[in-house]
Design a binder for this molecule. Sequence first.
Ligand SMILES: Nc1nc2c(ncn2[C@@H]2O[C@H](COP(=O)(O)OP(=O)(O)O[C@H]3O[C@H](CO)[C@@H](O)[C@H](O)[C@@H]3O)[C@@H](O)[C@H]2O)c(=O)[nH]1
Ligand SMILES: [Mg+2]
Length: 228
Amino acid sequence: MGTDNSAGARIGVDVPDARGRVELDREGRDLVRNARVRILGVEVLASDWHVLRKTTYEYTRLDGSRSIEHRETYDRGNGATVLLYDLEHRTVLLVRQFRYPAYVNDHADGMLLEAPAGLLDEDDPATAIRREAEEETGVTIGSLEHVLTAYMSPGSVTEVLYFYAAPYTDADRSGRGGGLRSDGEDLEVTELRFDDALAGIRRGDIVDAKTIMLLQWAALEGPFASGS
Ligand SMILES: Nc1nc2c(ncn2[C@@H]2O[C@H](COP(=O)(O)OP(=O)(O)O[C@H]3O[C@H](CO)[C@@H](O)[C@H](O)[C@@H]3O)[C@@H](O)[C@H]2O)c(=O)[nH]1
Ligand SMILES: [Mg+2]
């Protein structure tokens, strides 16, 4: 966390960071829902694109003893994702894109095959996923089904992800997709047979958690469940 040397002001706390944000250290200070947790302090470690905080709290353990704990949390807001499926042709529409965090952590080339997804920004989850599906795949979603909601990495990432499913046909593929070039996005829209996508999980070709969850949901109790 940088400081303004002249006044010792903290960027993103006392003075605006690059995105104009201040008081980023307020998040979580007023949490009282869990009587076993008493928030003692919140420190902003970084505020560039998203926000990394270090929170200190007193925790009452199961045996009644208390301990002081520190947790770093990466806050990039919440997100939404959708499985676009074509029942008649038994296909799904995924996007392939470069994911640096996977690349730096042993993925062969960082080109991950994923369900379309995006951050909510200021929108509600359903509005956000309609926008992202259009931007990333060119599909205009009609009916939309909420499937589940999950914390994807609750040990360190605050994000909650809203999962949806929606049918598509060729006629719904009005745009080109590919994402927003201005945001550095460069996505390849990929239509796969559903069974090939499932096999891709087994082979280790599909390694993105939200995509695996949606495909397994579709096989277990979604549009491609046996008997449906
Ligand atoms: N400059 C800059 N840009 C960033 C940074 N991190 C992300 N971006 C930009 O922020 C945008 C995020 O794109 P979205 O489509 O809104 O989000 P996403 O990365 O696809 O995230 C989705 O998938 C994630 C992984 O499963 C989910 O975590 C997330 O909730 C969402 O569903 C992209 O344009 C990306 O280039 C950063 O550190 N710096
Ligand atoms: Mg995206």
